[in-house]
Design a protein around this ligand. Structure first.
Ligand code: MRU
Length: 351
């Protein structure tokens, strides 16, 4: 399936508008910092790696948007974009990881001419995109080793092509297993309130002709209790040093259910999702989103007006519920602190 989530073009940053799927496959060209910011906040582009890529491209685009590419002006536009985009979504660390890469590069090339700085920023953003392509394929290959030749896999939210450059993390494992000739059936949680599972994961899998069954989030317990699931695989937005993992709200209860029923629970994520500066999940910032996401469906009210709402976008799955973390560097088993630190150290040495 040829589905680039995000592309650099001469006219702007081209994204598939994920808020319109599966009704329509429409693309947007983001031409200004405010359009890029809006697209990330409103989930037109979403998923931890994809928002990192979008933010990096946003910095490069905005840096070159001045009337004249004079050095001081380019530097100040790039810094403005980094500051602005860092405020869009707080949980996925890939956003901050990508912005930090852009900031470090900016400092390195700050003595060059305006056009040279813009070109360097664009190269770095495109390298982040290309790296994600390679990394997701390695995650897929590594994770496929955990998947039996016939497997029923439950997933939550969307950690697929749409959440990354073009392949996916949790779904990347499934794609790699299918490419190796394994027979995979997927169960996709609908993922309330914004239905990333129903709208995006189910759509993506159908586009690839992979058998998929959609279920309400609350039906996952019945499915696991029936012995109908061989493993659960999800993506991640931020993994703390001890392995505690932030992912789409509803992932935590799924991990409790998987443990109760003796089903392996895997997290698939690039090392850019690991945040060793946070010792555990308690200190991961959790985004709270608008009450309307819960009180309304397709613009129509489904709850009494003025009702109080609790709408965290993510929750924390404790490390003890995670059987393994699948990364581009290999499969990391508990205790995660050691495995994650070693993998990150080795990947930094390679850079
Ligand atoms: O709010 P979203 O749709 O950006 O949340 C996305 C998720 O929770 C994904 O599972 C996560 O970002 C991993 S994407 C490879």
């Amino acid at each position: 399936m040829d589905l680039p989530t995000i592309q650099w073009t001469d006219k702007g940053i081209r994204i598939i508008d994920q808020t319109r799927l599966p009704r329509s496959r429409s693309y947007l060209i983001l031409k200004s910092l405010s359009e890029i910011e809006e697209a990330i906040r409103s989930l037109r582009v979403r998923g931890a790696p994809a928002i990192g890529i979008a933010a990096a491209m946003g910095v490069a685009w905005h840096a070159g948007s001045g009337p004249e590419n004079e050095r001081e002006r380019v530097l100040s536009l790039a810094r403005e974009a980094i500051e602005c985009l860092a405020l869009t979504r707080p949980t996925a660390v890939n956003l901050f990881w990508a912005l930090e890469r852009m900031r470090i590069l900016l400092e390195k090339v700050s003595g060059q001419s305006g056009p040279q700085i813009i070109a360097a920023l664009r190269r770095e953003a495109l390298e982040i995109l290309e790296e994600d392509r390679r990394v997701c394929r390695r995650i897929g290959q590594n994770g496929s080793a955990l998947i039996p030749s016939r497997a029923r896999i439950l997933t939550h939210c969307n950690a697929g092509s749409l959440a990354t450059a073009d392949y996916g993390t949790a779904l990347g494992v499934i794609y790699a297993a299918v490419e190796e000739g394994k027979h995979i059936e997927v169960f996709a949680d609908e993922t309330r309130p914004l239905l990333q599972g129903a709208r995006l994961t189910a759509w993506e899998l159908k586009e690839r002709n992979i058998p998929v069954t959609l279920l309400c989030d609350s039906a996952a317990g019945s499915l696991l209790a029936r012995g109908a699931v061989d493993c659960v695989i999800t993506g991640a937005d931020r993994i703390a040093a001890n392995g505690d993992t932030a992912n789409k709200v509803g992932t935590y209860p799924l991990s409790v259910l998987a443990r109760k029923h003796g089903v392996p629970f895997y997290v698939a994520a690039p090392l850019s999702t690991v945040d060793l500066s946070l010792s555990s999940g308690d200190v991961i910032p959790i985004e709270e989103r608008s009450p309307e996401e819960v009180t309304h469906m397709s613009g129509r009210p489904v709850a009494p007006e003025g009702i109080d709402v609790f709408n965290p976008a993510f929750d924390i799955t404790p490390a003890e519920n995670i059987s393994a973390i699948i990364t581009e560097a290999g499969i990391i088993r508990p205790p995660f602190l050691k495995g994650l630190s070693t993998a990150l150290k080795q990947s930094k040495r390679k850079d």
